[in-house]
Design a binder for this molecule. Structure first.
Ligand SMILES: [Zn+2]
Length: 1173
């Protein structure tokens, strides 16, 4: 699933006061307010309930639905807009989001709770409505009325179809006769016929699909020998593997406690979170009927129906078939077979029998549909499960089959599409929804003639179908190769596309017609084909499908998804807009590369189970980096920096020895989709790509790619786990003599994928002794036990006095490398972890550090840029956690006047000017010291970039994108005259309409903030106006924060009044007082404002808002009297209990600030001593 490593870090947005003495650091607020918020959370539980209630239809949305037709379109368009916003909210807040969700926040409208409402009214609850299709909205799906679906939740004798005589042994579910219900196995009556009664030629009978034994794709490893059989058999699983009795069983509907104790666990496979291996799927003939109609996009987009014929192979005798199914309602179910044995089995060979279905019932807890059969299925024989079903199109979330409402060419439009990873296929059709249960798919989509249907494969045939007087188009697609359910894909839309051909295979990029007409997808098309070719050449494995479609959705909760042959994207990562950001091309390039790499890693070869999902995502991320560099000269030039910045830095800075997260996890029977979704985190994407890059580095690219070729070819159309990868790397290694490893690939690599954290490699340059210790946070060190003393087998790349040395291995906790000893000569120096290819931290003895800092002063470029960046990150983090003194890290900064790489500067500034520093600025008077020390060094760099900014010449430098802001911001914060001048200049050009500041995307916030700080009410009013007019919609947060940069108390006071009294700021108004109170001047003004208006503030934002403000105002407190003063101040507004909570929170902040103060004092002393250098 797609998250690109490339993203712009947005957590660094800060707002400054006019006097540059205080910054609002949102992150800090969040941390220090932890204790307060904990209490608020308890207090706020009732709020949580209220807010759920408040997600009822808003007044606005009700107005929309009542509006006259002429206004309805406008209303709907507004709704489409709001739907887009709501979707962005979930993008920004999605739990465990793939790192992706780190899309630049400035590119999106900001989360606004109030905009979520209107969209909620269609399906107040996401689950409930799905079980109760409303006849009035069903359209062509009239047959799936509630009355036909309900019985399936409560199996009854009359639903038993051919077997109307329940046997005593199946007692439970059959205890609720309801003669009036039709029964799932009844054949659809002519009057309710609907779409399923008209099978197209291609989907007609269950036996129409290509016979598995003759079809090409099935020449690949037989599913019956593959993954499905590897999972624990229910019959051998212990009772403890099953969910507790109280939650289990179809018998829940009656009296679970009476029945369940009588049942043996082995007889209840539905309670096991993995599918049994009795039957395995071979082929799906799937028809989906999407009812979307262009003239009634809302009403017609709510439901779909379908029919699936699943050819299965019986592996062991069984009278029960379990299959995944969620929120689907069933009209009928049959089991046909056994099919004739032998090659060429098809309908011509004679009629096929039928196995009566005794009972069909759902077990929602495990998302199963259970088919109880009258006869035992015979091992080795094939059967066809035939199911008619209907379901709901998701209106509010973008998973399963979902709808997008958007506007194109001036009209409101809708599309329907799918997102199935990890477990949403079962929401669209009943299926064996586990990644190792691969099968072939013949997909047919029935849709309105105004739309086009897309799926994984090229169109096989199109035809027409009549239903109730309407004409429908039937698009049947070619049969897929063997593949997992989660990468099947369905789209019905009225998009246009651009296309090209790569090595004889068609590549199309689909998007809104407007976007295509404006050339928005030309770039994506221009790179997609060549990326395929590059991967084919590198891996020596052909892309097996004959076409690829890439398609962008206006609203998508997933950044992108690699469905085989039909890759789906959020528009943001596929389409170039006219007023684009300079980095957009890189984002598109990265994302498209990531998804195309998945066509091999994930689609062709799939991880057996979700615990090894890093095999999909780690490789897709690795190739995202590896391939992107070949398509962008800037990335190529800075490839190591690019990798470090976008793939390693964040996950590395989060990782440590006690982290409960590893790249590969234990095989676990996840019971909830959420558990699987939580696996999609930076550890599989980014740490996964880091360990792959490290392996590629120590094997050498040639062996690495040959190993991958061997691995891919062996497991093509099948599944693998990480041992398979190690084995194939080992095989290529064993066939040569050039590269020798100290241990097997498996034993080396497993330590990196199975252990959390990483080692600190410490070199004593006097002795050449190198040792490794796991990296612990300072507060964890005391809890270290022998079991924490893990080790890794570490490939050490290194450079001595400018010459790259042969790689060495540290395969023990310590080892002496005589070649690493250094003399006293000033020409002798050494650095480890060249180009930061190793996933570890490096520490040196004092002499080693000293030699590096002297080298930097003399010849900084002797150390590669990436290694200079990593040097600072390592040194400051080592000092933060007590491994070295802060002075050692500070010594490295002395040379900075000679540093020309802005990325190195950015790293230093982020390590040096931390939130802790800002919280303590008042107490240690460190600001003037920083000002003097840093400005002297920063000014040369400033002049390089201020010139580029003035010449509008920034856009060609990939490393500037993430790093310029901190340099610009620091220069202004330190009061550099030219920086303040430049902000004012750019802002005033904007005011005079002679130039927008659009071209200054990278520093827009800084320009606005400092221009406001330097300006008067004229600038302030202009910016407010821009906000009001909707200019820079994507920058709303930045404008809100910039407006609080004013140094005039009266402006700030008035600003907070606006927030309280006007509707102008909508949901963003709550941020205003907080933003003002986080600035040096604003803090006093906010207190005054609160004295005057606290009742109105509380009425508008709720009582817990006062806690947030208290945290903001208390950011820098460090004495008991300050705590007391604030406690008294807020005591008037809060009740007694809340005051106690507040006091605890304030004391916590004070304590943290006090703890930091000694380190701040150390820094201040060092700055004083080194000021003259
Ligand atoms: Zn992915």
């Amino acid at each position: 699933m797609g998250v690109t490593g490339y993203s712009v870090n947005t957590t660094r947005i800060k707002s400054n006061s006019g006097f540059y003495l205080s910054r609002k650091v949102v992150v800090l607020n969040m941390v220090v307010m932890g204790a307060l918020l904990l209490a608020v959370a308890v207090l706020g539980s009732s709020y949580a309930r209220c807010s759920q209630t408040s997600s009822q239809p808003s007044e606005k949305s009700r107005t929309v639905t009542r509006a006259a037709p002429a206004f309805q379109v406008a209303g709907l368009q507004q709704q489409a807009e709001e739907e887009k916003k709501a979707s962005k909210i979930s993008i920004l807040h999605a739990p465990g989001t793939r790192p992706s969700s780190t899309r630049p926040s400035w590119s999106w409208d900001h989360p606004s709770p109030s905009t979520a409402g209107p969209l909620d009214h269609s399906t107040p609850s996401t689950s409930a409505p799905l079980d109760h299709p409303s006849p009035s909205t069903a359209g062509p799906l009239d047959h799936s009325t509630p009355s036909t679906s309900a019985p399936l939740d409560h199996p009854s004798p009359s639903t038993a179809g051919p077997l109307d005589h329940p046997s005593p042994s199946t007692a439970g579910p059959l205890d609720h006769p309801s003669p009036s219900t039709a029964g799932p196995l009844d054949h659809p009556s002519p009057s309710t016929a609907g779409p399923l009664d008209h099978p197209t030629p291609s989907t007609a009978g269950p036996l129409d699909h290509p016979s598995p034994s003759t079809a090409g794709p099935l020449d690949h490893p037989s599913p019956s020998t593959a993954g499905p059989l590897d999972h624990p058999s229910p019959s051998t699983a212990g009772p403890l593997d099953h969910p507790s009795l109280s939650t289990a069983g179809p018998l829940d509907h009656s009296t679970p406690s009476t029945f369940e104790p009588q049942l043996q666990p082995s007889s209840e496979p539905w309670k096991h979170p993995r599918l049994p291996s009795d039957v395995v799927p071979l082929h799906y003939d799937l028809e989906l009927w999407v009812h979307l109609q262009p003239n009634q996009v809302q009403q017609s987009s709510k439901v779909f129906c379908g029919q699936v014929n699943i050819t299965v192979k019986c592996v062991s005798p069984t009278t029960r078939v379990l299959i995944h199914s969620v929120s689907l309602n069933y009209k009928g179910a049959k089991v046909l077979g056994p099919l004739p044995e032998g090659l060429g089995a098809d309908r011509e060979q004679g009629p096929v029998g039928q196995v009566a279905v005794n009972n069909l019932w759902k077990f929602p807890e495990m998302e199963y549909l259970v088919m109880e059969l009258k006869e035992t299925l015979k091992p080795g024989r094939h059967y066809v499960l035939q199911l008619n079903f209907s379901g709901f199109v998701n209106q509010t979330h973008r998973d399963g089959l979902f709808r997008n409402l958007y506007s194109d060419q001036g009209r409101l439009r809708a599309l329907i599409a799918s997102q199935l990873e990890p477990t949403f296929a079962r929401r669209i059709f009943p299926c064996f929804d586990e990644p190792a249960m691969k099968a072939t798919f013949s997909i047919t989509i029935v849709h309105h003639p105004a739309y086009v249907a897309l799926s994984n494969m090229p169109v096989l045939v199109m035809s027409e179908r009549d239903a109730k007087g309407s004409k429908w188009t039937v698009t049947a697609f070619e049969t897929t190769p063997l593949m997992s359910t989660y990468i099947t894909a369905f789209v019905v839309c009225d998009y246009s596309y651009v296309n090209g051909t790569e090595r004889g295979k068609e590549v199309r990029v689909w998007a809104r017609k407007d976007a295509v007409a404006q050339g928005g997808v030309d770039f994506a098309l221009s790179i997609a084909g060549p990326i395929f070719s590059r991967l084919e050449d590198l891996l020596n494995v052909s892309y097996p499908l004959s076409k690829t479609d890439l398609i962008g959705f206006p609203i998508f909760n997933t950044q992108a998804m690699e469905n085989w042959g039909l890759i789906t994207f959020d528009d943001f990562v596929l389409i170039q807009e006219e007023d684009d950001y300079p980095e957009r091309k890189t984002i598109i390039l990265s994302t498209v590369t990531h998804e195309i790499a998945h066509q091999w890693f994930g689609n062709l070869v799939t991880a057996k189970w979700w615990n090894d999902i890093w095999l999909n995502e780690g490789f897709a991320s690795y190739f995202e980096y590896y391939i992107s560099k070949d398509f962008d000269p800037q990335i190529f030039k800075f490839q190591n920096e690019f990798f470090y910045y976008y793939f390693m830095k964040d996950v590395f800075s989060d990782d440590h020895a006690k982290k409960h997260r590893t790249v590969s996890t234990e095989v676990k029977n996840y019971t909830a989709t959420r558990e699987i979704n939580n696996l999609f985190d930076p550890y599989i994407y980014k740490k996964g790509s880091c360990v792959i890059r490290m392996m590629s580095n120590f094997l050498g690219e040639n062996l690495f790619f040959r190993g991958l070729e061997s691995y891919l070819k062996t497991f093509a159309f099948s599944n693998s786990d990480q041992d398979d990868l190690w084995n194939h790397m080992q095989m290529v290694l064993d066939n040569q003599t050039e590269v020798l490893l100290p241990a097997s690939v498996k034993s080396i690599m497993e330590k990196w994928t199975h252990q959390s954290g990483f080692p600190i490699i410490t070199l004593d340059v006097s002795t050449g002794m190198v040792n490794q210790k796991p990296f612990f946070h300072s507060h964890d060190k005391n809890q270290m036990t022998p079991s924490h003393n893990k080790t890794w087998t570490v490939p050490i790349t290194w450079m001595k006095s400018g010459i790259v040395q042969p790689l060495v291995w540290l395969d023990n906790s310590s080892k002496i490398f005589p070649e690493m000893q250094l003399s006293d000569s000033e020409h002798d120096w050494l650095t480890l972890n060249l180009n930061t290819t190793g996933y570890y931290m490096v520490n040196y003895d004092q002499l080693g550090w000293k030699k590096i800092s002297l080298l930097l002063e003399k010849e900084p470029k002797a150390i590669p840029v990436t290694d200079r960046i990593k040097l600072f990150d390592d040194a400051f983090r080592l000092s933060q956690h007590g491994y070295i003194e802060i002075e050692t890290a500070l010594d490295l900064t002395k040379y900075l006047a000679k540093e020309e790489e802005i990325a190195v500067w950015d790293t230093v500034l982020h390590n040096l000017l931390t939130p802790k520093i800002f919280a303590n600025l008042n107490n240690h008077n460190i600001y003037p010291l920083f000002k003097k020390y840093l400005l002297k060094r920063l000014t040369p760099m400033w002049h390089i970039y201020s010139t580029k900014i003035r010449e509008n010449n920034l856009q060609d430098d990939i490393m500037v994108i993430p790093t310029l802001r901190s340099v610009f911001e620091t220069a202004c914060w330190l009061g550099l005259e030219d920086c303040l001048q430049l902000s004012t200049e750019m802002f005033s050009k904007w005011m005079n309409h002679s130039e927008t500041i659009k071209n200054s995307n990278l520093i827009k916030y800084e320009v606005m903030c400092y221009a406001i700080a330097m300006g008067s009410d004229e600038e302030w009013d202009f910016l407010l106006n821009a906000y009001e007019n909707g200019e820079f919609k994507a920058y709303r947060d930045e404008i809100i924060n910039s407006l609080s940069c004013s140094k005039y108390p009266w402006i700030l006071y008035r600003y907070m009044e606006y927030a309280l009294d006007s509707d102008l700021f909508a949901s963003e108004s709550s941020k205003i007082i907080e933003s003002v109170s986080a600035t040096e001047i604003g803090r006093l003004v906010a207190k005054e404002f609160l004295i005057d208006k606290w009742q109105a503030v509380m009425k508008k934002y709720g009582q817990d808002y006062l806690f947030i403000l208290a945290g903001s105002i208390a950011e820098s407190i460090s004495t008991d009297s300050q705590v007391k003063e604030l406690e008294q101040f807020f005591g008037n507004m809060l009740g007694e209990d809340d005051s106690i909570t507040l006091r605890t929170g304030l004391q916590e902040i004070m304590k943290k600030n006090q703890q930091n103060s000694s380190k701040i004092a150390q820094i201040a002393n060092w700055l004083k001593e080194n000021m003259a250098d």
